[in-house]
Design a protein around this ligand. Structure first.
Ligand SMILES: NC(=O)C1=CN([C@@H]2O[C@H](COP(=O)(O)OP(=O)(O)OC[C@H]3O[C@@H](n4cnc5c(N)ncnc54)[C@H](OP(=O)(O)O)[C@@H]3O)[C@@H](O)[C@H]2O)C=CC1
Ligand SMILES: CC(=O)N[C@@H](CCC(=O)OP(=O)(O)O)C(=O)O
Length: 345
């Protein structure tokens, strides 16, 4: 099989660096270009020495010029690991040039430009392209997304909430009202930025809620869960920053429509029993970020509380893999017709 040439735009960041590792190690892709404005001209292995042996010593970062990238006839597929608001400009140029684009940012995740402006505080940067992008959670999205021009990869918190909850809302096993979600993220979730909040001394030995009461990812979570439930779903979502480098642990509390967890486990088994990256843990065994970090897996389990009538679902994933770059490569595999797990096990 002829390898597919891939470019990674925004390769200096945390999710970009994970993409470099995955694409360079993938048997059916050729890592052809990696871009960064601040690192252009520097050999990748000088800046990221863990890639010595994986990448040639003279493989350098190039500049992040969208038009120049669109003119690269040697590259077929681009991953955008750029901030939201910035990614759209690249998506427009690359899709217009006929490239396949997988965008890790939030720019094409919401179907409504009004909701985008409400949650992201700016007008949508490329409304004309929105209808050509498919939002894909590989285990959930129906198979007809493969003809899309570009892919909007899901957010890290949304993956941790939507994956366990969607089949339960679809089957009407939990009440669509009053769902409460608390999630804890490692600091890499915020990206590689210099800001006081993310300094070691501020974050180590510390945990705090943020984004209260309306974090950006609520918009994506509510849209996808409302689609699953076929009615509006309103969520109370509170993210927390905790002193880990990576990982997301999420707790979802919902009113159960029946006692026990048997129906919940059956719905999960039907939806995900054959999926390679979903771990359905037994009731009473709660997932642990330490068991999924470095993998493309999401683990979850459920317990029923007879006193409250609530079901408590907990999930764990690596924000940089199942929450970002690993899932993006999983989507690429399915998009290009490779086995789903290629390069990810
Ligand atoms: N971190 C995570 O857990 C997750 C992140 N995401 C999303 O993925 C995207 C990337 O996230 P992450 O890797 O954390 O971000 P980082 O902040 O770590 O990296 C951002 C990258 O974009 C480049 N960049 C920044 N500003 C610009 C600009 N104006 N023009 C061109 N390039 C720019 C940076 O390099 P340089 O400045 O050198 O050009 C860097 O390579 C974001 O949209 C994020 O929301 C999604 C899921 C999870
Ligand atoms: C820990 C941490 O700060 N996490 C980020 C995750 C969101 C993200 O990646 O933002 P997009 O909507 O652009 O995908 C945050 O809460 O902003």
């Amino acid at each position: 099989m002829k390898p597919v040439n891939v470019g990674i735009v925004g390769a200096a960041g945390y999710s970009g660096e994970e993409l470099v590792r995955l694409i360079a190690g993938h048997p059916h892709t050729n890592l052809t270009a990696v871009t960064s404005r601040s690192l252009a001209g520097q050999p990748v292995v000088d800046v990221m020495p863990r890639f010595r042996g994986l990448l040639p010593a003279d493989f350098t970062f190039t500049t992040s010029d969208s038009q120049a990238l669109a003119e690269r006839s040697d590259i077929d597929v681009f991953f955008l690991a750029l901030p939201h608001g910035v990614a759209a400009e690249y998506a427009e140029a690359l899709v217009a040039a006929g490239k396949k684009v997988l965008d890790l940012s939030a720019d094409f995740r919401l179907s409504s430009t009004e909701t985008y402006s409400e949650y992201y505080g700016q007008p949508h940067p490329a409304p004309d392209l929105l209808s050509q992008a498919a939002y894909v959670i590989p285990e959930i999205t129906a198979a007809d997304w493969q003809n899309a021009k570009m892919i909007a990869c899901p957010g890290c918190y949304p993956t941790s909430v939507i994956t366990p909850l969607a089949p339960l809302l679809k089957a009407g096993l939990v009440d669509s009202n009053g769902i409460i979600v608390n999630a804890m993220s490692g600091v890499s979730g915020a990206g590689k930025k210099l800001a006081e909040d993310y300094l070691y001394c501020e974050r180590n030995e510390s945990a705090k809620a943020y984004g209260v009461p309306k974090h950006r990812h609520l918009s994506e979570i509510e849209e996808q869960l409302s689609n699953a439930a076929s009615k509006p779903v309103i969520i109370q979502f509170t993210p927390h920053l905790v002193p880990m480098k990576r990982g997301i642990a999420t707790t979802i509390v919902a009113k159960a429509k029946q006692t026990g967890v048997d129906a919940i486990y059956s719905a999960w088994q039907d939806a995900y029993g054959q999926r390679p990256f979903v771990g359905i843990l037994p009731s009473g065994k709660t997932p642990d970020t330490a068991h999924v970090t470095g993998t493309n897996r999401i683990d979850f389990s459920a317990a029923y509380d007879q006193r409250t009538g609530n079901v408590i679902i907990t999930s764990a994933e690596d924000n940089l893999l199942k929450g970002a770059s690993g899932q993006a490569v999983q989507i690429m595999n399915l998009w290009l017709g490779f086995p789903e797990t290629t390069g990810l096990l």
